[in-house]
Design a protein around this ligand. Sequence first.
Ligand SMILES: Cc1cc2nc3c(=O)[nH]c(=O)nc-3n(C[C@H](O)[C@H](O)[C@H](O)COP(=O)(O)OP(=O)(O)OC[C@H]3O[C@@H](n4cnc5c(N)ncnc54)[C@H](O)[C@@H]3O)c2cc1C
Length: 552
Amino acid sequence: MTDIHETDVLIIGGGINGCGVFRDLSAQGVTCLLLERNDFCAGASAGSSRLMHGGLKYLETGEFRLVRESAEERNRLLRNAAHYVSPLPSLVPVRSRFGGLWASAARFFGMNARLDDRGGVILRLGLTLYDLYGRRFRSMPRHRMLGRRRLDALVAGLSPEIIGAGLYYEGRISHAERLGLELLLDGEEMHPASHALNHVEILGAEGGVISYRHGGAVHRVRPRAIVNAGGAWIDVVNDALGIPSRLMGGSKGAHLVVENPALLKALNGHMIYFGTADGRVNLLYPFMGRVLIGSTDHRIDHPDDAACSDDEADYLCAAVGEIFSAIPVTPEQIRHRFSGVRPLPRADGDIGMVTRDHSIVELELDSGIPVLCLIGGKWTTFRGFSEQAADRLLELTGRPRLRKTDDMQIGGGRDYPDAAGREAWIGRRADSSSLAPVRVGMLLSRYGTRLDRMLPELTGGETPLVHLPDYSREELEWLCRNERVITLADLLLRRTGIAISGDLTPEVAEEVAGIAAQVFGWDAAGKQAEIDALSPGACRVEAEPPVACVPR
Ligand SMILES: Cc1cc2nc3c(=O)[nH]c(=O)nc-3n(C[C@H](O)[C@H](O)[C@H](O)COP(=O)(O)OP(=O)(O)OC[C@H]3O[C@@H](n4cnc5c(N)ncnc54)[C@H](O)[C@@H]3O)c2cc1C
């Protein structure tokens, strides 16, 4: 056992909220230790619909504060993480002019009414309000209502009963898990005494000292304050700390990534955000050359049990049929499926009506050390939520706020070239390396300006993967050495888009495992164990024996 190590703040959980608090506090010179039991952003933060959005549907439940905050944070992310967050033109199809008036009013007043038709009038009202809430830092156009003819010119093949649509703009994030990691790396650079560790096991708390296992050794830390950023596992973490709680009530949501060229073509770059006959809201949009479809909403007792079931996959395929009746989506087209557990506050009744807003519950260890539990929140609002938590921790530790995070660019989003400067940026890197401009452009989209750190390793020439030539051996080796990769899943699911894009075949898993094995010194059994374990936590690649990835 090692000596007791002192730190200002211990953050348990490395989802987007833990990562956000880590960066904010580190920017203030507060020393943090973040401990994540799996990999960074492997929980709900990997299981989301990947929208950086204002939350149009929260207008229906009257959560105006949340809508305003989400819309402002979305607009900030478009600037601060421009390498990964981009505008997404979105359409809400309309089936009638006056549908949904009564149900919308009922939901607004907290009653449980089924809303399966949002008519043109109610939608126009909603989108007008939405524009209003999103006006600060606006960088995208206002909404427009479209009749069927103008809608057909944008998106072909919608079902005949759709009479028009509202066109508005959201943000989408391409590499959500990487952005979480970049927050941690930025935090460590700003304050080198702060550290973030993944694949850690919390062992317990005694007398204000927390024990944990990392890299085979047991360590002990005495923090001045603790942040429980365990998401849907907050109660489990509190149990481990010896302060039992019943704060959380998770809801599982599943997504599919499907290969359906007709659907991809029909979408023409748009998201369709649509109500289904069962009163739910679903979505689909182009994602990494395929189509992402989501999501379900089911109560779940334990977040470790989350997985996208065949029933959910069937439901999502069928839901698309309600708006594209002539473009069948079938289970054989599924290239990847994933699920996550929304860390919602415990509440009875319809899970769809539980608030998606965030809050902080303060508890205490026996020794008097404060424990701030971060409940709920959206991916989109992580910065604001982190700021709120950090402000409280600064107050508790008697430290001043030195820097704001509103305009702080993240990781590879720093000095990211805009459309006008992109070609010149790429040209300069292509000139100084052996890489073709098209390859530099591809890597810029993957890593933002962090590419400048990777590039020296690639200038000696790249060896494309046999089974996925868009990636190279040298690129993956650099990620293994520089980005806290511990397991094969870290590399395939979170440092790269290989799994989420639907490109993870058994052959790719085998080839990438071979590269990682050389970097980390895994023997044959170790390499096979990594391949077999490609289904960690609440967000997983579905196991399809004998290799744990979806075969094509
Ligand atoms: C289906 C679905 C769709 C969503 N869509 C969107 C969307 O489009 N846009 C949006 O803004 N938001 C969306 N969200 C919400 C958003 O993803 C979550 O609110 C957010 O990711 C929560 O982050 P978190 O850090 O609180 O939790 P998590 O990401 O779950 O992080 C908690 C972390 O704690 C770790 N942990 C657990 N136990 C321990 C322990 N004992 N020791 C150490 N670490 C531990 C876990 O491994 C995990 O990494 C969606 C969520 C879901 C599930």
